[in-house]
Design a protein around this ligand. Structure first.
Ligand code: HAM
Length: 424
């Protein structure tokens, strides 16, 4: 046995998980297509400075979890494996002049991401997100569209108990004063805070609302809430979003202490949560407005909003609830043969069956026919076509356990196709 193992937190997806991921991913693309979001495929690595600027140098994602790549050759630029997709999408929006298109530009992607996080169930170092971005519209209408799009996607997968926790995190005009109020609130107990939380108090007190350390959790319960400190514009936007969501029937839970772990958010911020899940597993996704990000990355000031839903966590939740579809089994038809030299003809017949729309495989072994039939039964096949020594074919119905007389090729292939259509 080789001593190699997949690196910690980077998993192999075997069946049935591989098919489950494929299914949840297909449903994500379908949801985005149906809502008119253009597909975008972004590179898996970007300049590390892009993430540092967009997500924020003091965020855990950049400070602790970024996978940087060594610069190569003449290219003196440090790249990083992408830890999220929003920064890349905004970089692409600016780079390709999407500002000249009708706004907002609606983009969707399914992206493999990398964060050097502490691996546990539902938290991996490589994971996949369904990511939606709508860039170029500052009004509350697009907030409703985007929030509901993610909620509907999760509901339609069967996660009908998903909750939307909603907050506003204010803007550059009103947040600084709130942050100072928050800092004062925590400073009075700073001696009791953990070392990490003391440094958060100094650099980014908002993150204290997200802390899992007991002293911070206790103090956070009585912390002032940002929704009481919004400027008039942010308050009006938040009121319009809440009223609009009520009108369209999207249930939300106000979460005035919800903060997100990325620095670019302004105004609307939300998370999709499944109640009753362990630890982070219930945090299925999150999003928010990022009205300052396009400008921060060198573009013209442009409001924007988006979310990302973790595919891995969605699969775990569906699995726990028994909601994953059965993995499509083996092929419906197996093409076997009596003589070892009929292998090429078996492969050709299986190809012909597939071209006609059936699922089929050839038994390419030189095993005895009895063993080949056993293999077909194990695969769950409905029928076997046996290539006889004289080149004629015999159709065996595995469901009815009946066998026809050997006959000419065309007729048997047609009969096999009819059989799987009726029984499949
Ligand atoms: P985020 O909250 O960092 O947001 O990630 C969104 C979701 O990705 C999480 O709720 C979780 O389901 C999943 N996720 C995050 N880290 C891991 C991990 N280590 N293992 C498994 N799943 C994970 C963002 O990434 C923002 N870019 C979302 C956004 C888009 N905001 C605006 N547009």
């Amino acid at each position: 046995m080789s001593g190699f193992q997949s690196p910690r937190g980077l998993r192999d997806l075997l069946e049935p998980l591989a098919s489950a991921h494929g299914w949840v991913t297909d449903r994500a693309w379908a949801a985005a297509d149906a809502a008119g979001y253009a597909r975008i495929e972004l590179p898996i690595a970007e300049e590390s400075a892009l993430f540092e600027r967009a997500v924020g140098g003091t965020s855990d994602i950049v400070a602790k979890e970024l996978y940087r790549l060594e610069p190569r050759g003449d290219d003196a630029i440090t790249l990083a494996l992408r830890p999220e997709a929003t920064a890349g999408a905004v970089r692409a929006y600016i780079q390709h002049g999407m500002r000249s298109q009708p706004q907002p530009v609606r983009l969707a992607t399914v992206a493999q991401l990398f964060r050097y996080d502490r691996p546990q169930k539902g938290r991996y170092r490589q994971f996949t997100q369904f990511d939606i971005e709508a860039i170029g519209d500052g009004g509350p209408g697009i907030d409703l569209e985007v929030i509901e799009l993610g909620a509907a996607y999760l509901r339609e997968l069967g996660l009908t108990d998903v909750q939307v926790h909603l907050n506003s995190v204010g803007c550059a005009a009103c947040r600084p004063a709130y942050v100072e109020t928050l800092r004062a609130h925590f400073t009075s107990v700073s001696q009791e805070l953990s070392e990490v939380d003391q440094s958060r108090l100094a650099t980014n007190p908002l993150r204290l609302l997200d802390s899992k350390e007991p002293a911070a959790v206790q103090r956070a319960a009585s912390a002032p809430v940002i929704t009481d400190h919004l400027c008039a514009e942010c308050a009006a936007h938040y009121a319009a979003v809440t009223a609009g969501l009520a009108t369209i029937g999207t249930a939300v839970l106000p979460a005035p202490r919800l903060v997100r772990g990325l620095d670019y958010y302004t105004r609307t911020a939300w998370e999709y949560l499944l109640p009753g899940e362990q630890g982070q597993q219930g945090a299925l996704g999150g999003g928010g407005r990022y009205d300052g990000l396009v400008e921060l990355l060198g573009g013209t000031p442009t409001p924007a909003i988006g979310f990302a839903i973790g595919i891995d966590r969605v699969v775990l939740a569906l699995e726990a609830r028994g909601l994953l579809p059965a993995v499509s089994g083996g092929p419906a038809i197996v093409v076997a043969g009596i003589e070892p030299d009929s292998v090429a003809s078996r492969v050709a017949i299986a190809g012909e069956l597939r071209a006609a729309g059936a699922s089929a495989r050839a038994d390419v072994s030189t095993r005895k026919i009895g063993k080949q039939l056993e293999g077909a039964v194990r695969d769950g096949a409905l029928a076997v076509i046996i290539v006889e020594p004289d080149g004629r074919l015999t159709l065996r119905d595995l469901v009815k356990a009946s066998q026809a007389e050997p006959a000419e090729r065309g007729g048997v292939i047609a009969a096999a196709l009819r059989l799987v259509q009726n029984e499949g």
